[in-house]
Design a protein around this ligand. Structure first.
Ligand code: GLN
Length: 443
């Protein structure tokens, strides 16, 4: 991306043509549209950036990889897309995703699965699996994804690329289809840390159109990147025990490398991951059940059912939403229903506050936290027999969203099968600068 920003318009056109050819040859299924119809899959004439299918691009179909939205054309650009265009970049290709960003494998998409470019028998991660696979396969210079509970960082880790989730409120959510509004953030997936900083700077900043956008001063991070800053980095001892031996090995190696580079390591403990997981899956599904109620056949996408209003609701939703999405709508409606609201939802919010407090305590003694991104490297397709098994693979990423913090996932090693191992650095809210600086020294 850094190099592409120095190109003139002729070279950018050539780049776009080359990329189109490469995309057509590639078979990992990273893109929903194989760029066969240029009218729907490219916007503007800038540096090409792949866009996850839940980010609105004017005149493009936006479906969140769900049958319920097939055929729905967006009437406007998300703020992040306007920001790209202002910087000479443009949307280029629709990246595949888990349906409505619910999942960790990109195999709940109504378009079929995306393969991990390193080993096609393995999942690319999710939900931004198309974005990560496109960058890893060399068929995108960079991509935008969204992260509600790890959906940028985990696919980046599985595919061996860099993925960054900004502080909640840093990047406008205007025009990004909501999954869980208090957790969602849009962020970059790139080939290296510096590119992530560049793309992050381009999409960030206050936006009046998003009431949760933070009205804080925004200083670009890229001009001040410093790979030599000496930092205190915390590791969460009770977290690491739950990771596979390959992840633990990479983790120890990285700690050693950080110490050798002059950083100080401190040891901490946190709330057990079971409580974090329960809190996340209550908050996320509760918000999802409210957000997805708008897809009822009246205003958006595919309408089904001929037998009156109730039949339309029932048929539209039961034919339009896939199994995992239906399951989460039911779970979310349940935890919000009277009688259960206090027992589940209110309790989950309390745990959420505890998590935030714990992070704040740790950041009194440390600049950053180093953590695994997932308990294992990319698993094979079909490894998870139940949804719960899949949810358990989110233990390291979701607390970051619950606390609204920035984090960056980057490849640091490979396992015995040659699959990438990614680790993440988590920073204090609105201190993306320190997080990027630390990431540079780990890269
Ligand atoms: N895997 C998590 C979930 O299914 C995270 C998804 C995301 O970040 N969009 O909710």
């Amino acid at each position: 991306l850094k190099e592409a920003l120095t190109l003139g318009s002729d070279d950018i056109n050539k780049l776009r043509d080359d990329l189109t050819t490469k995309i057509k040859e590639n078979t990992v299924g990273a893109y929903i549209e194989q760029l066969t119809s240029t009218d729907i899959s490219t916007s503007g004439s800038g540096i090409p950036i792949a866009i996850k299918d839940n980010i609105n691009v004017k005149n493009w179909e936006v479906t969140c990889s769900s049958n319920i939205l097939k055929g729905y054309i967006s009437p406007y650009n998300a703020t992040v897309i306007n920001n790209l265009e202002k910087a000479g970049l443009s949307a280029f290709g629709r990246a595949n995703m888990d349906e409505f960003a619910m999942g960790s494998s990109t195999d709940t998409s109504c378009y079929g699965k995306t393969l991990n470019p390193i080993d096609n028998s393995k999942v690319p991660g999710g939900s931004s699996g198309g974005s990560a696979a496109a960058v890893a396969a060399g068929i995108a210079i960079a991509a935008l994804g969204t992260d509600t509970g790890g959906s940028i960082r985990q696919p980046a880790a599985y595919c061996g690329v860099v993925g960054m989730k900004p502080t909640y409120g840093r990047v406008s959510r205007y025009g990004i289809t909501a999954y869980s509004s208090s957790l969602d953030q849009c962020g970059p997936i790139t080939q290296n840390v510096e590119d992530a900083a560049i793309l992050y700077d381009i999409i960030s900043g206050h936006d009046d159109k998003d009431s949760t956008s933070a009205n804080v001063n925004y200083d670009a991070v890229t001009p001040k990147l410093d790979a030599n800053k000496k930092l205190t980095i915390a590791v969460i001892d009770n977290f690491i025990e739950q990771a596979s031996s390959a992840i633990q090995k990479a983790f120890s190696k990285s700690i050693k490398a950080l110490e050798e580079a002059g950083h100080k390591i401190v040891h901490k403990n946190m709330l057990d991951t079971g409580k974090i997981l329960s809190s996340y899956y209550i908050v996320a599904t509760a918000e999802a059940s409210a957000n997805l109620s708008r897809f009822d056949g009246v205003r958006y996408g595919n309408r089904k059912g001929e037998g009156g209003l109730k039949d339309m609701y029932v048929q539209t939703k039961s034919q339009g939403f896939g199994d995992e999405v239906q399951k989460r709508i039911m779970l979310g409606s349940f935890v919000l229903s009277s009688g259960y609201y206090d027992a589940y939802y209110i309790k989950a919010q309390k745990v959420r506050h505890l998590i935030k407090d714990e992070y704040e305590e740790i950041f009194k003694d440390a600049d950053l936290i180093l953590s695994p991104v997932a308990p294992t490297t990319a698993p094979k397709f079909g490894s998870f027999k139940t949804s719960l098994e899949m949810y358990l693979s989110d233990i390291y990423t979701i607390s970051v969203n619950l606390a609204g913090l920035p984090a960056i996932s980057l490849p640091v090693d490979k396992d015995e099968d040659g699959m990438p191992v990614g680790l993440q650095l988590i920073g204090p809210a609105f201190d993306e600068q320190t997080m990027f600086d630390g990431a540079l020294s780990l890269e």
